[in-house]
Structure formats: C-alpha cells, structure tokens
Design a protein around this ligand. Structure first.
Ligand SMILES: N[C@@H](CCC(=O)N[C@@H](CS)C(=O)NCC(=O)O)C(=O)O
Length: 188
C-alpha cells in the first residue's frame, strides 16, 4: 500500500499537529513540503490537492483531505479565548493530558502546537503569556515527553525561525544603537 502524502509546512501549527499525530500512531506517510514563504500553496499544482490553498493537506490514493480535524479549530479557538480557561476547564484536577486522558490525544497535539507558536515571539513574550500558567507548562512537558523525539523533531524548524528572527532583531537593534547613543550624548 502506498503511504499517504502529507503536504505540510512545519512553520504551520496544524501541519505540525498532523505530522506528530502520524508519527505517534506509526502511520506510514510521505511528507511533502509546501513552502508557504515561497507561496507554493498558491500554485495551480497544489490547488488541485487543496483548492483552499492551505496546509496541511493529505492525499490517500484518490482521497483528499484538506481540513485538519475539527478539534484543531476547536483548540485554536480555545487558545484565543484564554489560557486560564484551558487550565481551569481542560486541565482540571491532576489531569496529565486534556480531558483527563492517560495518553495524549489529537486535541493535546493540536493545542500544544498552537501554544508552541508563542516561541516565535521570543522568550520574554512567551513567558509573559505562559509564566503564570504552571499547569499548562507541566501539561506541555507531559505531551513533549510522551511524543519524544517526534515532538522535538517536528519543532526544529520553528526554533530555527525563532533563532533567525531573534538575530534579525538583534541586528536591527545594533543598527539603531548609534542614534540612541547620539541622543544621550547630546543630552549631556
Ligand atoms: N482549517 C485549516 C487551516 C489551515 C491553515 O490555516 N493553514 C495555514 C497555515 S497555518 C495556511 O496554509 N495558510 C496559507 C493561506 O491561507 O494562504 C486546517 O485546520 O487545516
């Protein structure tokens, strides 16, 4: 049997959720990168797979699926609404995973990949959002451990993007530094 094809860009949170899901469940799949930064999702060729022009998309023989599970959207909405609500409702009590499940579900993967997107903002901003949510941090660590090493592997590109954004920001700060110094000197 031919492996399913997963069209994905690892910068995309639902793409990463689908990749981790396939790996954890030992689903044989071929990953085909659709580079969003190169607008490969907008090509006529890719639109034959997903007319919406979005990743992730899955092709299994003649069957095409281009909406990640409904739970992904549900998780996206939850994240937007409130991290506090996740803690009090979804991680009630001593739950190791969402809804008290003894093992991670698609909901855990979807939501953890959404929250991991905060990494892009840099450590300070990420901590500003997550620092007060110890329960969420412990839960994220549980999902990471349960899906290791696939979790780390699927997030490698995200951390590369983060590093490159931080170094760009540092370079921009350095460029603006002389003008700051000039202002201080002129005040003296
Ligand atoms: N509802 C879709 C959303 C997919 C989605 O928004 N993908 C984004 C990347 S995270 C995308 O391909 N954006 C490109 C675009 O919309 O032009 C799903 O869950 O699969």
């Amino acid at each position: 049997m031919q492996p399913i094809k997963v069209y994905a860009d690892r910068r995309s949170q639902p793409s990463r959720a689908v990749i981790i899901f396939c790996r954890v469940n030992q689903i044989d799949f071929e990953e085909i990168t659709v580079d969003l930064f190169k607008s490969q999702h907008l090509t006529a060729e890719f639109r034959k797979i997903n007319p919406m022009g979005q990743v992730p998309a899955i092709v299994d023989g003649r069957f095409k699926l281009f909406e990640s599970p409904h739970v992904v959207k549900q998780a996206e909405k939850l994240l937007m609404q409130s991290l506090g609500r996740i803690e009090s409702v979804w991680l009630k009590g001593d739950a190791k995973f969402l809804l008290g499940s003894p093992q991670p579900s698609i909901a855990d993967l979807s939501l953890v990949c959404e929250i991991m997107q905060l990494e892009i903002l840099g450590d300070d901003e990420r901590d500003r959002f997550l620092g007060a949510h110890e329960k969420i941090l412990i839960w994220m660590d549980n999902v990471k451990k349960a899906t290791s090493p696939h979790f780390e592997e699927a997030h490698e590109l995200l951390f590369q993007v983060k590093a490159s954004m931080l170094s760009n920001a540092a370079a921009a700060n350095q460029t603006s530094e002389p003008s700051t110094k000039l202002k201080i000197v002129s005040k003296l």
